[in-house]
Design a protein around this ligand. Structure first.
Ligand SMILES: Cc1cc2nc3c(=O)[nH]c(=O)nc-3n(C[C@H](O)[C@H](O)[C@H](O)COP(=O)(O)O)c2cc1C
Length: 294
């Protein structure tokens, strides 16, 4: 069975996940190359600069041309990447907006693999829209996330993305998805391969979920839903001052930075408390079914 794997990664984490999943398969790896490069580690200014375009699905550039000649016969396509600002990362959005990519994806079976911190829900909804637009069939959705507590991973990811320090300290765990979870992702490859061999991908997502393809954390996703809505207002507010890279929007981006710090470290723990206090009123089982489906 042959897989075409289109991936974007800065640290290599998403590629490690892709390789673990495709361990047994004949896989062709293709790096997504946005024309607009993104730094790693990021400066604070660069980090916030991508926010409005990411949230509003306005990628500032396209991608370098992709050679599809060696993946025309692929049985399945994996799109592997990450969330940025509760949305698919800009390289993923550039990739999925490309006309040649859409032509390639049309009618194909696609599995989306998100290797992120812990807020993936709105990304998956946006990916579904991109897939519909390309007339591709989204048959699987896998999320690999940081399993540390929300506040802890908020600290470790800043340390990693802005200061380039991923390793654990005496008090903090290493940032990102654990090596164990990356290694364990190989089981999802087996599930995909079995479904391909049987020639029936209609039950693939249920089979992936049975293997733990998405660890569902409802209190975090409740915060994400609210955050996504508010991010939308902020993104439009910033863009009133100018497009990607325009210096005139710097003041508003700095305001957003302080807002985000406040939300991450002060409001989100309260949000999680509120979620658990009102748990009986929430339709968690129902939401889980919708959120984890493809
Ligand atoms: C600009 C930016 C914004 C991010 N926003 C989110 C987010 O909203 N939700 C999330 O779970 N992870 C977020 N992350 C973490 C990424 O999803 C990802 O785990 C991390 O950047 C490592 O990915 P890599 O494979 O490119 O190295 C963000 C990362 C960056 C660089």
């Amino acid at each position: 069975m042959k897989a075409a794997v289109f991936y974007y990664t800065q640290s290599g984490q998403a590629l490690d996940a892709a390789k673990s999943i495709c361990g047994q398969m004949d896989a062709v790896y293709k790096r997504i190359m946005p024309c607009q490069p993104y730094p790693f580690p990021w400066s604070r200014k660069e980090f916030f600069q991508v926010f409005p375009e990411c949230r509003l699905a306005l990628p500032p550039s396209g991608i370098e041309p992709v050679d599809f000649s060696d993946v025309m016969d692929a049985d399945v396509v994996l799109v592997v990447g990450q969330s940025w600002f509760l949305s698919p990362s800009l390289p993923l959005q550039s990739f999925l907006s490309d006309e040649n990519v859409k032509n390639y994806l049309k009618g194909r079976n696609v599995v989306f693999v998100n290797v992120c911190r812990n807020m993936w829900l709105k990304t998956s909804q946006k990916i579904k829209e991109y897939m519909e637009e390309a007339q591709a069939r989204l048959v699987g959705h896998i999320v690999l996330q940081d399993n540390a507590a929300n506040l802890v991973s908020a600290v470790t990811i800043i340390r990693w993305l802005i200061h380039g320090k991923k390793e654990a300290t005496r008090i903090l765990p290493a940032a990102g998805v654990s090596g164990e979870d990356i290694k364990g992702a190989s089981r999802f490859g087996n599930v995909i391969e079995n479904a391909l061999k049987e020639g029936d991908l209609s039950g693939l997502q249920s089979a992936l979920l049975a293997e733990g393809a998405i660890k569902y954390k409802p209190s975090i996703l409740a915060i994400e839903k609210t955050g996504h809505r508010i991010f939308g207002f902020w993104a439009k507010f910033v863009r009133k001052k100018g497009g990607f890279g325009d210096n005139r929007r710097q003041g508003r981006l700095t305001l957003f930075y302080y807002y985000l710090l406040f939300v991450l470290f002060a409001l989100s723990p309260l949000g999680q408390l509120f979620f658990w206090a009102t748990y009986p009123l929430r339709r968690v089982k129902h939401n889980r079914q919708i959120d984890c489906n493809v």
